[in-house]
Design a protein around this ligand. Structure first.
Ligand code: FE
Length: 131
C-alpha cells in the first residue's frame, strides 16, 4: 500500500466509532450561509485520552461538475489530558466536534476526513442540494 488515499477507511458511523459524522441540511438556499456540524463518536463513543484520541476533522465540499473538492476548514482538537504531571493527569479534554459555516451557489457533496492517533484516517460524505 503506497498511496495515502488507500489508507483512508470508512464505514457506517452508527457502528464504527471513527467515522466522521456530518450534520447539515439536506437542502439549502444557493448563496446563503449555513452550518455544518462535524463530529466523531456520535453513536459509538471514541476514547479521548492522552494515549488515544481524535486529532482533527477536516471538511471539504465538492460542487457538482468540479474536479477538486474545496477545503472548507479544519478543526484541531489539542487538549487530551496532557500536563506536566504526566499523561491523563489534566482535567481538560477537547471534545472532538465542531461547527463550520459555508455558502455555495451549487449543489454537491460535503466530505469529511478525520484522524485518530492510533486508528488512522477515516472519511464520510453527505449530499447537499440547492432548494
Ligand atoms: Fe481510535
Amino acid at each position: 500500500m503506497d498511496e495515502l488515499s488507500k489508507t483512508i477507511q470508512t464505514d457506517d458511523y452508527k457502528k464504527e466509532k471513527h467515522v466522521p459524522v456530518i450534520e447539515a441540511p439536506e437542502s439549502v438556499t444557493g448563496g446563503e450561509v449555513f452550518k455544518v456540524k462535524v463530529s466523531v463518536g456520535k453513536e459509538v463513543d471514541h476514547p479521548n485520552t492522552t494515549d488515544h484520541h481524535i486529532r482533527w476533522i477536516s471538511l471539504f465540499f465538492l460542487a457538482d461538475g468540479e474536479d477538486n473538492p474545496i477545503q472548507i476548514g479544519d478543526i484541531l482538537f489539542e487538549a487530551h489530558g496532557s500536563s506536566t504531571k504526566g499523561p491523563d493527569t489534566s482535567t481538560v479534554y477537547t471534545n472532538h466536534c465542531g461547527t463550520l459555516e459555508l455558502r455555495t451557489e451549487k449543489p454537491g457533496v460535503l466530505m469529511a476526513s478525520s484522524y485518530c492517533n492510533i486508528h488512522g484516517l477515516w472519511e464520510s460524505s453527505r449530499r447537499l442540494e440547492i432548494g
